[in-house]
Design a protein around this ligand. Sequence first.
Ligand code: CP
Ligand code: NVA
Length: 291
Amino acid sequence: MHFLTVDDLTPTELDSVLTSARDLKGDYAGTPLADRSLAMLFEKASTRTRVSFEVGMTKLGGHAVFLGKEDIQLGRGEPVKDTARALACYADAVMARVDDHETLETLAAYSSIPVVNGLSDEAHPVQTLADLLTVEEVVGDDASVAWVGDGNNVAASFTVGAAMRGHDVTVATPAEYALDDGVFDRASDYPGTVTATTDPEEAVAGADVVYTDVWVSMGDEDEREQRLDALQPYQVNEELLAGTDAKVMHCLPAHRGEEITEDVLEGERSLVWRQAENRMHGQNGLLVQLV
Ligand code: CP
Ligand code: NVA
């Protein structure tokens, strides 16, 4: 079984992963992945994903191998399908951060071991595990959540994952940077109600948690100026949040002064360091179920 999108899991499987994550967070005494190895393939930069998977594997009694694309034969033209089969000769699972989601699908098609998406242009499902743990720890199972900003990879996974958990979600994006219709279609299969709007104030009203991410994701750099112009009204700042008790999430890294202000990111509403810590626990919950 692979984990390329959050809804590769059923809601019951997602619940098992989150339960494992909570159990591990409370007690890392055992070594459930003793003698198991995770190959970690990166086509793009990472701080949290790289370190949380590597340290997480160590905490579970296993081992992680970092593979930067330019350091392995993939960077010299070895096909993805051959890389997939070579890694399966040695490792017990692969985590990959890729430019193009199709690369993950090729890895999965040729891999006899689980492939985990560590971020693609379309999805960031391991981030969603941490986000759901965080929302449910701080607010509870009945939390209402809002996404404000770019309808990007993190937004897509969070929207579907939150709907799977029964959270009502309001997604506020400019029309030109909206989530794909396919994301709303997938989310509509689940109990949480998903509402799309272009009005950030509508999204924030009544939300327990307001979530944002960078306006220029890795790979979108050529569109920087247009994106900054279109997304300016979606900055998460105290003016937008005034009159609410909403907490604020951000997957990090953050661009202070763009999608979020320094005072909000560093203030009492902010859950960002809890989210960052939960990356490791969420992923470990997944790994003990998958590997
Ligand atoms: N949130 C996240 O995936 O961070 P990194 O890019 O540092 O891994
Ligand atoms: N949306 C961002 C997330 C980084 C963790 C990106 O894809 O660059």
